[in-house]
Design a protein around this ligand. Structure first.
Ligand code: SF4
Length: 207
């Protein structure tokens, strides 16, 4: 899938980059430059960015160009997402961003070894490929996508592995939001260590 991507992280398969508002999780409501890397083999059946899966469809782009683009925007924050960004070595990109005064946030399933220098990691583990302990340890927030009732028990399995004090979020999967949101509300009322995360960008009709 990513054979031709050099391992030094200087070239990355870029699917899209855009300036918007972070819609989910701890940093909801903040302006950020989104960098979406192509390539994912986790295989979530409800994935809403399946066009990201094949890295070969997305042009190899100089990390320096991505950094220069991110510097053009007023919010000195990027969200690196995918696809699964940790398929790649993110050391070069994130160090370059931080050296430019830009905060580095990432959305990851945690299924690949941790690389990069991060100001915030959102770990959203998936049933189809378990997260690695190194990513669990480094994550500032755990965000569980709730697709059906059994996901609450599954969420607790990962919450128990998170270091003390990390943020815990339950987020309804978009196509199941009508059924799952009332259950999440009751769950959070009974288990207030959890908070609700909504895909507010979808309600706001922004990317
Ligand atoms: S990990 Fe993310 S990008 Fe990959 S299949 Fe799952 S939802 Fe889609």
């Amino acid at each position: 899938m990513s054979n031709q991507v050099p391992t030094d992280g200087t070239l990355l398969p870029l699917m899209e980059e855009f300036y918007t508002i972070q819609g989910e999780g701890y940093h909801t409501g903040k302006a950020a430059y989104f960098i979406r890397l192509g390539g994912c083999d986790v295989g979530c059946h409800w994935c809403d960015v399946k066009e990201s899966w094949d890295a070969n469809l997305h042009p190899l782009t100089e990390a320096d160009t991505i950094i220069a683009n991110a510097k053009l925007y007023p919010a000195k924050t990027v969200v690196i997402t995918g696809g699964e960004p940790l398929i790649y070595n993110l050391d070069y990109l994130t160090t370059g961003l931080q050296n430019s005064g830009i905060k580095t946030f990432m959305e990851t399933s945690g299924a690949y070894p941790l690389s990069g220098s991060w100001d915030w990691i959102c770990l959203s583990p998936k049933k189809f490929k378990a997260p690695l302990p190194s990513v669990i340890e480094a994550a500032g927030e755990l965000k569980i996508i709730v697709f059906n009732k059994s996901d609450f028990e599954w969420a607790e399995k990962y919450a128990s592995q998170m270091p003390t004090g990390r943020k815990l979020y339950l987020q309804p999967e978009w196509s199941k939001a009508e059924q799952m949101t009332p259950l999440i509300i009751e769950y959070v009322k009974a288990n207030p260590q959890w908070e609700i995360s909504l895909q507010t960008h979808k309600y706001l009709n922004i990317p």
